[in-house]
Design a protein. Structure first.
Length: 404
C-alpha cells in the first residue's frame, strides 16, 4: 500500500488558520436495530461527529466521537454490543472517542499517533498507539506499529478499549513489503510480497509472509487476483491470554472482477491446534465488508460478528465463496458470503468442548441502498445452519444511515 494514498492529495498550508479550517468533516446519524435468535434484540440511535484538519506543512490532526442511545432493548442485548461490562453505559446510552490522531507525512515517511484504524489484513479494530511507515526505498515499504489498547467504535458496535495482553506493555508489529510493480498501483494491477512479525511480550510472538498479485486483462476493466499468506504463532502456555498450543494460520484466495459492478472470490482458510491464537489478537478480517480500504485483502469473508467457527475453532478448515455486486450507478450494493468450516472444539482455559470434526455452515448477506446521496438503508443477515456439534443461529441487523 503506497503511503501517498493517505495524504499525498492533500494540499499543504503554511498558514495555521487555513490548515485548521480547510479540513473535512464526517457526520452520520444512524437508526439501527439488531435481532439475534434466542439472545434478544434492540433498536438504537447513534450520532458520529468527526473532523480532520488540512495539513499545516506536514502535520494534520483529527478528532471524532460517537454516541449511541438505546430506544428499545430486550434481554440487555444493547449492553452487549454497546458498552460491555466496563460501565461505559450510563442510562442505556454510551459515548466513546472515535478516530482521533496526529499525523505527519512528508511524502516518504508517515507517522500516526493516537486512536485510529490501521490498514492491515490482521487488524479489524481500532487501536490506541503509533504507526510508522517509510517508502524512501524504490520498491520497498517499511512499517512498524505499537498498540497499547484496542476497541471498536462504529454504528453497529461500541466496545471499551482494553489493554492488550493484560499487564503487558502492548502489542508490537514490524514488517516490510517489496513491490514488483509500482508502489502506487491499485490492488487490481499490483504485485508484492510482504514479511511481518508481531508480538506481545510474555504472551505470544508470530511471524508471517503474504503474497498478492493482481492484473487486468487487456485494456478493459476485468481483473484477476491471487492472495495467499502464512503466519506462525508461538504461544506462552503460562499466560492466560495465550492459546493452548503453538499454532498457524494459512489462507489463499482467487479473485475475479468485472468492471466496477461485480467481484467474485473463492478461498480457503486453515488454522492449527491453537486456532488462530495470538494472530487473532486484533481481529483477522475486516469489519463488515461494506467498502472499506481493506475489502479486497480480507483473509476471511464473514462479518465482524460472524465467522466464530474459523475465528475461534481449533484445527479449523474453511472453504468459502463470496461476491460483491454494485447496481444502478452504485445505488444498490450487495455483498454475500457462504462457507463451510470443519473444526475442533476448545478445551482447558477456553471451556470443555473436546468434540472433534464439528461442522458449521454460514451465510452472510449485506445490502445497502442509497435513497438519496446522503440517506441510505442498510441490512445484514447472518445465518448458521446444517451444523454438526454446533448451534444454529439467525441474526438480522439493519437501519437507516444519514451522512453529510
Amino acid at each position: 500500500m503506497c503511503l501517498g494514498i493517505f495524504a499525498s492529495s492533500q494540499a499543504r498550508h503554511t498558514n495555521l488558520d487555513n490548515a485548521l479550517t480547510s479540513g473535512s468533516k464526517k457526520v452520520d446519524i444512524v437508526l439501527y436495530g439488531k435481532s439475534l435468535d434466542g439472545f434478544g434484540s434492540y433498536v438504537n440511535a447513534s450520532v458520529g461527529l468527526g473532523y480532520v484538519t488540512g495539513f499545516y506543512y506536514d502535520i494534520r490532526g483529527a478528532i471524532s466521537f460517537r454516541a449511541a442511545q438505546s430506544l428499545f432493548d430486550s434481554r440487555n442485548a444493547f449492553r452487549g454490543d454497546f458498552g460491555g461490562v466496563d460501565e461505559t453505559i450510563v442510562g442505556n446510552s454510551t459515548i466513546l472517542l472515535d478516530e482521533s490522531f496526529l499525523e505527519y507525512f512528508d511524502g516518504d515517511t508517515a507517522i500516526k499517533a493516537g486512536r485510529f484504524q490501521p490498514i492491515n489484513e490482521y487488524i479489524n479494530v481500532m487501536i490506541d498507539g503509533i504507526w510508522i511507515r517509510n517508502a524512501s526505498l524504490k520498491s520497498i515499504i517499511l512499517e512498524g506499529m505499537w498498540a497499547y489498547r484496542s476497541g471498536r467504535v462504529t454504528y453497529y458496535e461500541m466496545q471499551p478499549f482494553r489493554r492488550l495482553g493484560g499487564d503487558s506493555i502492548g502489542w508490537f508489529d514490524f514488517g516490510a513489503k517489496y513491490f514488483f510493480s509500482k508502489k502506487d498501483a491499485s490492488v487490481k494491477d499490483s504485485m508484492y510480497i510482504s514479511i511481518f512479525g508481531n508480538f506481545i511480550p510474555s504472551v505470544f510472538g508470530s511471524v508471517g509472509v503474504r503474497w498478492h498479485s493482481g492484473f487486468r486483462l487487456g485494456q478493459g476493466e476485468t481483473w484477476l487476483g491471487i492472495d495467499a499468506g502464512f503466519a506462525a504463532s508461538f504461544e506462552d502456555s503460562k499466560n492466560r491470554f495465550s492459546a493452548d498450543n503453538n499454532t498457524f494460520l494459512f489462507d489463499a484466495k482467487a479473485s475475479i472482477g468485472l468492471g466496477s459492478w461485480l467481484d467474485v472470490f473463492v478461498g480457503y482458510v486453515m488454522s492449527g491446534k491453537g486456532g488462530m491464537g495470538g494472530i487473532n489478537t486484533l481481529g483477522v478480517g475486516n469489519a463488515t465488508q461494506a467498502g472499506d480500504l481493506m475489502f479486497y485483502k480480507n483473509i476471511q469473508p464473514f462479518f465482524t460478528w460472524g465467522g466464530d467457527a474459523i475465528k475461534f475453532g481449533r484445527n479449523a478448515k474453511l472453504v468459502y465463496a463470496a461476491s460483491r455486486i454494485s447496481l444502478f450507478d452504485n445505488k444498490l450494493r450487495v455483498y454475500a458470503a457462504y462457507g463451510m468450516t470443519i473444526f475442533d472444539g476448545y478445551s482447558g482455559r477456553y471451556g470443555n468442548n473436546n468434540i472433534s470434526n464439528i461442522i458449521q455452515n454460514e451465510l452472510n448477506v449485506m445490502a445497502e441502498f442509497s435513497i438519496t446521496s446522503s440517506l441510505s438503508i442498510i441490512a445484514y443477515i447472518s445465518d448458521t445452519h446444517f451444523a454438526k456439534g454446533a448451534p444454529n443461529n439467525f441474526q438480522v441487523n439493519g437501519g437507516f444511515r444519514f451522512m453529510f
